[in-house]
Design a protein around this ligand. Structure first.
Ligand SMILES: Nc1ncnc2c1ncn2[C@@H]1O[C@H](COP(=O)(O)OP(=O)(O)OP(=O)(O)O)[C@@H](O)[C@H]1O
Ligand SMILES: [Mg+2]
Length: 505
């Protein structure tokens, strides 16, 4: 006999509850007797109505059986040694109610907000994958293949415009899979063709965990040889050109330079720019300040002290290394590996310099649109004022203004509560992975619109590698199982046992 297509997708029937069905919620009783159809929590279901398709997410499943409603009676039969099951047809009286939350309507090929309610007695069906892809606004053709929609067999292909063009924040506790997700995303960005348009990416790699990308063979991603360009730059090779620095930017690298000191330094620098046509070093500035009788003795000593401190970092020189305007190119990934540095201050100076430089060059149209990936971003743009962080102002500027000319941020943090709210609220997209800290959850809940209590609760139960996408990437908050990487770094120990065994050899 031919199995009809429709009944297979039938899950159950809408029932009346104390306050439902209403616009935002409805419950349905699952079909089938003892062999109930399987419905999963988190799954999308649909109800067809005369005005369009109602799409809802299963929030909970409640099972009841009237034979077991009275503890007294159950206990009585139990003590007699006669299970209820052997006397009454208890199985036939078991049923399950699926509680759902309406996420949107699909009307005339468009996602719209819920505006009316389904009727009791309406048939609830499994969401069809093609319709779901359209409803969620996935880009099934040219999108970045990041994983699969949880509880469905639907590939999660995010449109690059929706995912990246208004900044992305990736938030989760340590070990939840943030960096792994970034490497999956980078694989996808690298795999784009010239016709699709290739984004340039600058990764601030605080722990040196992306340096393996330079070993990626294009063939392993199914790409022609030579089609991937990854440049690995060690932090210790970076040199900030002193000539490009104003007194204000120099003062931003030290804490507490006074107005008078900045004013005198500004004059010194503007004189030096005319005098030293070939560029100059901090030592040159120090010498000029030392000999400048027009500056008061106190100011001179203070300035020389600040400048010596900066000189000590070894980060400044005559020329800029690397020259960002020649480094950032379409389709290229530039890794700024800061794993050599212990000092947070040095890392901050570099990030501050790069963020400023990238934004400046992009504004002038001298580099292509870029994505700046910033690991440990709470260290570079913290919320608290006490923690002095040099790059904060610059990153906030990119967050506020960058989207207009496609200077884009991808911020990663395991302590969202410590991350600047200004920056976080500018990220129109968030990928939230497992997170159990109540303060962080609270912060995430407050800084992202459209995330409801139930989704927030679900974040604590996510597994490693599962993410909730909120924002413009998808039409409604969506849980995604991030795919495995196509290229696995070699030689990294996966766990403690492996690491200690390796150390023995
Ligand atoms: N999508 C995934 N598929 C398979 N394994 C994964 C996935 N995501 C994460 N993992 C595993 O979990 C480990 C930890 O992930 P990852 O290093 O990305 O965590 P993290 O969130 O960046 O942590 P931290 O905040 O400490 O940097 C990975 O090394 C990998 O083994
Ligand atoms: Mg990480």
């Amino acid at each position: 006999m031919m199995v009809e297509e429709q009944p297979r997708h039938r899950l159950g029937t809408v029932v009346c509850t104390n306050d439902g069905p209403n616009v935002m919620e409805f419950s349905f009783v699952l079909e089938g007797g003892t062999n109930e159809t399987t419905v999963r929590r988190g799954e999308f279901v649909v109800v067809e109505t005369e005005f369009g398709t109602v799409v809802a997410r299963v929030q909970d499943l409640v099972r009841t059986n009237r034979y077991f409603q009275h503890a007294e009676a159950v206990r009585e039969y139990q003590s007699r040694g006669e299970p209820l099951r052997s006397i009454f047809p208890t199985d036939r009286w078991q049923y399950t109610v699926g509680e759902t939350r309406v996420v949107g309507f699909w009307v005339n090929d468009r996602t719209v907000r819920p505006f009316t309610t389904v009727s009791p007695g309406a048939v609830v069906r499994r969401a069809d994958e093609d319709m779901l892809a359209k409803f969620l606004r996935l880009d099934t053709e040219g999108g970045l293949w990041l994983g699969k929609v949880a509880n469905h067999e639907l590939e999660f292909r995010a449109s690059i415009d929706q995912l990246l063009s208004k900044h992305l924040a990736i938030l989760a506790m340590s070990g939840a899979g943030k960096s792994y997700f970034v490497s999956v995303m980078l694989e996808e960005i690298m795999s784009r063709t010239e016709e699709q348009g290739r984004l340039s990416v600058v990764v601030i790699d605080v722990h040196g965990e992306y340096s393996y990308l330079k070993d990626i063979q294009p063939e392993s991603l199914g790409l022609p040889a030579g089609s991937i360009e990854v440049e690995h730059i060690r932090g210790s090779h970076i040199q900030i050109p002193v000539q490009s620095l104003t007194a204000e930017s120099l003062s931003s690298y030290v804490a507490g330079m006074s107005g008078v000191q900045i004013r005198d330094l500004r004059r010194t620098i503007s004189d030096m720019r005319n005098q030293f046509k070939e560029g100059y070093t901090l030592t040159d500035v120090i010498n000029v300040v030392k000999d400048d009788e027009t500056i008061s003795k106190n100011t001179r000593e203070a300035l020389v002290g600040w400048l010596f401190n900066l000189e000590d970092t070894g980060l400044f020189g005559k020329e800029g290394v690397p020259e960002m305007k020649n480094t950032v190119r379409p389709g290229k990934i530039t890794l700024i590996d800061l794993s050599d540095f212990v000092s947070l201050k040095k890392k901050q100076i570099i990030v501050s310099h790069l963020a400023g430089e990238l934004l400046y060059l992009r504004r002038q149209g001298r580099i292509p649109p870029f994505l700046l990936v910033l690991e440990e971003s709470h260290q570079f743009c913290p919320e608290s004022r006490q923690e002095l962080a040099l790059p904060k102002a610059r990153i906030e500027t990119i967050a506020r203004e960058g989207r207009k000319f496609f200077a884009l941020l991808c911020l990663i943090s395991q302590r969202p509560v410590k991350l600047s709210t200004t920056v976080l609220s500018q990220c129109s997209n968030q990928a939230i992975l497992r997170c159990t800290n109540p303060y962080d959850l609270d912060h995430i809940g407050r800084s992202s619109e459209g995330i409801d209590r139930a989704s927030l609760d679900a974040i604590t139960t996510l597994e490693v590698g599962e993410a909730l996408f909120v924002g413009e990437t998808v039409s409604v908050p969506t849980f995604v199982k991030i795919r495995t990487r196509r290229f696995e770094p070699q030689g990294n120990a996966r766990n403690l046992t492996e690491a200690i065994k390796k150390a023995e050899k």
